[in-house]
Design a protein around this ligand. Structure first.
Ligand code: CA2
Length: 151
C-alpha cells in the first residue's frame, strides 16, 4: 500500500565514499551526514524516509520495484548509473510517483560523458550542482507536490 508521505531516498555506487575522497568535487560531508540532514528536513515536512545506498545495480532496481506500490515519492542520486543504466531508467519509469534526481556536483560543468543522464528522461525534476543541499531541496519539492495532490 502507498503510504501518503513515505519517500525513498536512493543513492548509487560509490556514494558511500562521500566525504572520504574528492572533497573538492563532493564536499566534506559523509553519506551519514546527508542522511542526518535528510531526516531533519523530513521531520519538519512530516515525511517518512527510507534512506538507502548500494553499489549494485540489481539491488537498486530491486528496491525500486519494492517502492512502486509503497512510496509516495523518490529522491535518487543514481551516481555513475545516471550515465549508463537503461535498466534503472526502466525501473523508475515503472514507478507511478514523482521522482527527483539529485546530483551533488554540476554534471554539466564536468566531463562530457556526465552531461547525459538516462534517469533525467523519466525524472519529474532534476537538481544538480547544489552540493548535498540538493537532497533537502528535493524533499521540499516532493512535499510541495504532495500538498498540491491533496488539495
Ligand atoms: O554529482 C553527483 O552527485 C554524481 O551523481 C556523483 C557520482 C558521479 O559519477 C556522477 O557523475 C555525479 C559519483 C559518486 C561517487 O562519489 C564519490 C565521492 C567521494 C569519493 C569518490 C566518489
Amino acid at each position: 500500500m502507498v503510504t501518503s508521505r513515505r519517500v525513498l531516498v536512493l543513492n548509487g555506487p560509490n556514494l558511500n565514499l562521500l566525504g572520504k575522497r574528492q572533497p573538492e568535487i563532493y564536499g566534506h560531508e559523509t553519506l551519514d551526514d546527508v542522511e542526518a540532514q535528510c531526516r531533519g528536513v523530513a521531520d519538519k515536512l512530516e515525511l517518512t524516509l527510507d534512506f538507502r545506498q548500494s553499489n549494485a545495480e540489481h539491488e537498486l532496481i530491486g528496491w525500486l520495484h519494492g517502492a512502486r506500490e509503497t512510496v509516495a515519492g523518490i529522491v535518487i542520486n543514481p551516481a555513475a548509473y545516471s550515465h549508463t543504466s537503461v535498466a534503472i531508467m526502466d525501473a523508475l519509469a515503472a514507478c507511478p510517483c514523482p521522482i527527483i534526481e539529485v546530483h551533488i556536483s554540476n554534471i554539466h560543468r564536468r566531463e562530457a560523458f556526465r552531461h547525459h543522464s538516462y534517469v533525467s528522461h523519466v525524472a519529474t525534476g532534476v537538481i544538480c550542482g547544489c552540493g548535498t543541499q540538493g537532497y533537502a531541496l528535493a524533499l521540499h519539492r516532493l512535499a510541495a507536490l504532495f500538498e498540491k495532490a491533496d488539495q
